[in-house]
Design a protein around this ligand. Structure first.
Ligand SMILES: Cc1cc2nc3c(=O)[nH]c(=O)nc-3n(C[C@H](O)[C@H](O)[C@H](O)COP(=O)(O)O)c2cc1C
Length: 355
């Protein structure tokens, strides 16, 4: 697959999805400015390739939370995969496993933490947590995740309240009896944060004390997802977070935030020596990934493109999308004189220049 085929794959996937599923995947908040700018910001950065380096062997493996993984790609947590393929998150997790990538199972999954855990390969799996309001439910969910062998908990901190997406509200995913939030008590039918009934509802009122509670309560490392400022990153680390995921939720909740390209350097400067920093949002090319690694990200998370692969080819489609991106990354590394991920340093990127 080359990049042109990859763009084609996106168009085909959106054609194949039901209108509600396509709107839910594509949407950004309000005018979708941040969603569009995330991708443009990576493209606007320019590389400063090194020449005359020995690149006979290019290795994209890296260390994540101190463990070696085959690729710096991970699957971003996204809810409701059974709206895209009958096997849902089980297929996505299997595809990630085939590509050696970490899969992040979301709280709002349509396949349970236990069933997804059965698809695990050599790469660990992580769990994305939206804290349920009741203490009993919280404890039970955190315990289930640990018992199923997940390697880390990614606490999403940027969505206390449902945002507004006109695109998703116009075209809701119709509720279906057999597509349910199976990680939640009572397995309610899967709805989305943009359903008019949930607009403005305080969904997951997570605060600093909740982060502290989770760090104390869970033996698993906790990663804060959705941080865009250095001061917040420092506070998260002071409260025990072992990783920071720089993310604006793919531009889905608050429109006109800074792009993740803009936020990454200040977060890396503030906490990058103490903990892992990851990034997501608009990453669509191997060169985007190389730039993220050069700016100090340990790994990147891929969102929507994974759903394109899932829609078109189930587990194999997910594997192909991830392998395509890793192939492109290794090509970009070779052409930039960067044989290993550790060689990707900030001097590779020229800020403030666009073509
Ligand atoms: C369909 C969809 C559902 C998502 N659901 C969640 C979720 O349940 N929890 C969460 O933390 N992030 C969620 N996200 C945000 C992603 O984890 C990620 O931050 C974002 O999609 C990355 O940007 P990209 O899609 O441009 O790669 C979702 C994103 C999409 C596209």
């Amino acid at each position: 697959m080359d990049s042109r085929d990859f763009d084609q794959l996106e168009r085909e996937a959106y054609r194949l999805m039901s209108p509600g599923a396509a709107a839910f995947a594509m949407c950004g908040a309000d005018d979708e400015i941040t969603t569009a700018e995330n991708a443009k910001a990576w493209r606007a950065l320019r590389l400063r390739p090194r020449v005359l380096r020995d690149i006979t062997k290019v290795d994209s493996s890296t260390l994540v939370l101190g463990e070696r993984v085959d690729t710096p790609l991970m699957v971003a947590p996204m809810g409701r995969h059974r709206a895209y393929h009958p096997e849902g998150e089980a297929a996505t997790a299997r595809g990630a496993t085939m590509a050696g990538a970490i899969f992040v199972e979301p709280t709002n999954a349509t396949v349970s933490v236990e069933d997804v855990a059965r698809q695990r390969g050599s790469a660990p799996q992580w769990f994305q947590l939206y804290l349920p309001p009741g203490m009993k439910e919280r404890e039970a969910l955190v315990e289930r995740v640990a018992a199923a062998g997940y390697g880390a908990i990614v606490l999403t901190v940027d969505q206390p309240i449902g945002g507004s997406s006109p695109r998703a509200a116009r075209e809701p995913i119709p509720p279906s009896a057999d597509i349910r939030h199976v990680n939640l008590p009572g397995h309610p039918p899967a709805t989305t944060a943009y359903d008019p009934v949930r607009k403005g509802v305080l969904n997951y009122p997570t605060t600093w004390s909740d982060l502290e509670w989770l760090v104390k309560r869970s033996a698993l490392p906790v990663i804060a997802k959705g941080v865009l400022r250095d001061d917040d990153a420092v506070r998260c680390v002071e409260r025990g977070a072992r990783g920071i995921l720089v993310s604006n939720h793919g531009g889905r909740h608050l429109d006109t935030t800074v792009t993740t390209v803009e936020a990454l350097p200040e977060v890396v400067a503030a906490v990058g020596r103490r903990v892992d920093v990851y990034v997501d949002g608009g990453i669509r090319r191997g060169t985007d990934i190389l730039k993220a690694l050069a700016l100090g990200a340990r790994a990147v998370l891929i969102g929507r493109p994974v759903l394109w692969g899932l829609t078109l080819g189930g587990a194999d489609g997910v594997r192909d999308v991830l392998r395509h991106l890793d192939d492109e990354l290794r090509l970009a590394m070779a052409l930039s004189g960067v044989p290993t991920v550790a060689d990707a340093t900030p001097d590779l990127v020229a800020f403030g220049r666009s073509g």
